[in-house]
Every structure is written in structure tokens, then in C-alpha cells.
Design a protein around this ligand. Structure first.
Ligand SMILES: NC(=O)c1ccc[n+]([C@@H]2O[C@H](COP(=O)([O-])OP(=O)(O)OC[C@H]3O[C@@H](n4cnc5c(N)ncnc54)[C@H](O)[C@@H]3O)[C@@H](O)[C@H]2O)c1
Length: 272
């Protein structure tokens, strides 16, 4: 079925790893990209490269450097998108967020049991990680839905990991956030289905992927070694694998794949 609407993708975490690859792939597939990211001086040159790549694909890169968990900044971002969509409408276009991807990596990588309290998790670290990596999905989806940016055929994806069912010493805080994220996805999927608006929500469980976020996990080299031994393809997942999956899953208007955890890992999860 042809779709003459103007497809946009809202990518939370659009400057690196899976969010970057998906932004670039969706741009090549004809989407315009609204990208949210948090980068400081050292990362800004890379952000410019990503935006240039998107524009070179004939698309548009509306990138905002902000903390995605800040309510005031989220409200300002929604207003920026509203104004941009108004410009399209004034020119006869019909813009909407065809894809919303939650791909934020920002968590405390500390154990629970440490001799020194400052070295372990505390309430602030626990709540900050949960807020950015899980709860922010709900607040963004509420806002873009209330603003009328989601329509029949829209797809929402949240990036989860094996951390919900396996343990790594420094990953416990993020594991808890991922468990909450998957729960939020199920709840959103059910509520959208009951409204009948044709909007699907799924978790994407990527295999272990070599990105800046992975390299921050203290046990990353062991995770890489174990993954290379375990993944039946003998390689790690790449950000491009995730991007290809999201482009493909977003091709249809169907909302019948919803409320799932979709593995994008070449069979890693099911291989012992
Ligand atoms: N790398 C892996 O092995 C792996 C596996 C499974 C799931 N995941 C999940 O995939 C997602 C993306 O991970 P990645 O490996 O691509 O990470 P990455 O570090 O390459 O990218 C993270 C992105 O999030 C942005 N970001 C972080 N905190 C932010 C904040 N507070 N506000 C706005 N933007 C913020 C960064 O600017 C960057 O664009 C994460 O949720 C991660 O847990 C990663």
C-alpha cells in the first residue's frame, strides 16, 4: 500500500550505536529524522558527521542535544517538532512519526554489594538509571501521542537486552531498568491496541553489540569473548543488524506484531 504521508522517525539516542545506524538507515529509506541525543564537546564532531550523512541521503536531520529525561527540555523538543510539522502542513504535507525508537544508554554500572557505599548503587543512581533507560519511554510516548504525532502504522521500539534474565556483576542497575522497560512496552502495546489506532509497540532485544555503551561496562571484554564463542554465527550483532530489522518491521502498516520482545541477535539468546 502506498503511503503519501511524510514519514518521520523520532530517535532517542540518535548520535551513536544502534540509534545512529537506525537514523541513517531510515533516512536512506525516505524518512526524515528527529534525533535526540546527549553529547558534550568531544562528541559534537561525530554528531555533525551523522547529520551530514542523513542529509547526504536526501533526508533532513532535526537533531536536539538534550537530556531526554528532563521534562522541560522534552516539552521544548515537542514544541520544536510541532513547529516543524506545521511548516510541512502549510506546504501541503502530512507529517507523522512513523517510528519512535528509544535507544538511550545512560546508566550506573556499579554492583549492589560494595564495602564502600560510594562505590555501589544508591537511591539516586538507581532512580536516575530507571528514569532515563525505562520511564522516559512512557513520558515521550504520552507526549507524542497527545500531540497527535502518532498515526495508523506508527511503530514504537524500545531497546532491551539479555540483562532482564541474566546477571553480570556491574549491570544490576541497568538490568532492573530493562525489566521495567519491557513491562512498559507491554503496557503501552495493550493500551494502544484497546484504542484501536493502529500503533504497535515492541521491545528489540539486540545481541551484544560493540558500541561506546558496551565499552563502558567493566566486564565488556569477557562479554565480547563469551558472545563470540556462543553466537551461532560466530560474530557479534552490529548496529546495522538492528537498523535493518527496524526498517523491515516498519515497512507494513500492520499493528498485529505488538507487545513482543523481538530478538535481533542471530540466535544468540537461544544458544547455550
Ligand atoms: N551495545 C549492546 O550490546 C546493547 C545490547 C542490547 C541492548 N542495548 C541497548 O541499546 C540502547 C542503545 O545502546 P548503544 O549500545 O547503541 O549505545 P551508545 O552509547 O552507542 O548510544 C547511546 C545514545 O544515547 C544517547 N543518550 C544517552 N543518554 C542520554 C540522555 N540522558 N538524553 C539523551 N540522549 C542520551 C547518546 O547521546 C547516544 O546517542 C541502550 O538502551 C542499550 O542498553 C545495547
Amino acid at each position: 500500500m502506498t503511503d503519501d504521508r511524510e514519514r518521520w522517525a523520532l530517535i532517542l539516542g540518535a548520535s551513536s550505536g544502534m540509534g545512529e545506524a537506525t537514523s541513517r538507515a531510515l533516512a536512506a529509506a525516505g524518512y526524515k529524522i528527529a534525533g535526540v541525543h546527549l553529547d558534550f564537546r568531544a562528541g559534537l564532531a561525530h554528531v555533525e558527521e551523522v547529520k551530514a550523512g542523513i542529509e547526504a541521503a536526501g533526508s533532513e536531520a532535526l537533531y536536539i542535544n538534550m537530556n531526554a529525561a528532563d521534562d522541560g527540555k522534552r516539552a521544548a523538543a515537542i514544541e520544536t517538532f510541532r513547529q516543524r510539522f506545521e511548516r510541512s502542513r502549510a506546504a501541503g504535507g502530512h507529517p507523522y512519526f512513523r517510528v519512535v525508537m528509544h535507544s538511550l544508554a545512560f546508566g550506573s554500572l556499579v554492583p549492589f554489594l560494595t564495602e564502600e557505599p560510594k562505590d555501589g548503587v544508591d537511591r539516586k543512581k538507581m532512580e536516575m538509571t530507571q528514569d532515563v533507560m525505562a520511564n522516559s519511554l512512557v513520558y515521550w510516548v504520552q507526549d507524542v501521542w497527545r500531540a497527535g504525532f502518532l498515526e495508523r502504522g506508527s511503530k514504537i521500539y524500545a531497546m532491551t537486552s539479555e540483562g532482564t534474565s541474566r546477571v553480570v556483576p556491574s549491570y544490576g542497575v541497568v538490568s532492573g531498568a530493562k525489566a521495567a522497560l519491557e513491562s512498559h512496552v507491554r503496557q503501552l502495546a495493550m493500551e494502544f491496541a484497546r484504542k484501536g489506532g493502529g500503533i504497535a509497540v515492541n521491545s528489540i532485544r539486540a545481541g551484544v553489540t560493540d558500541t561506546p555503551a558496551l565499552r563502558k561496562i567493566p566486564e565488556n571484554q569477557r562479554m565480547i569473548d563469551v558472545t563470540l564463542a556462543r553466537n551461532p554465527h560466530g560474530r557479534m550483532t552490529t548496529p546495522q543488524d538492528v537498523a535493518d530489522a527496524i526498517v523491515t518491521l516498519s515497512a507494513t502498516d500492520s499493528d498485529w506484531i505488538s507487545g513482543n520482545i523481538i530478538s535481533v541477535d542471530g540466535g544468540e539468546f537461544v544458544t547455550g
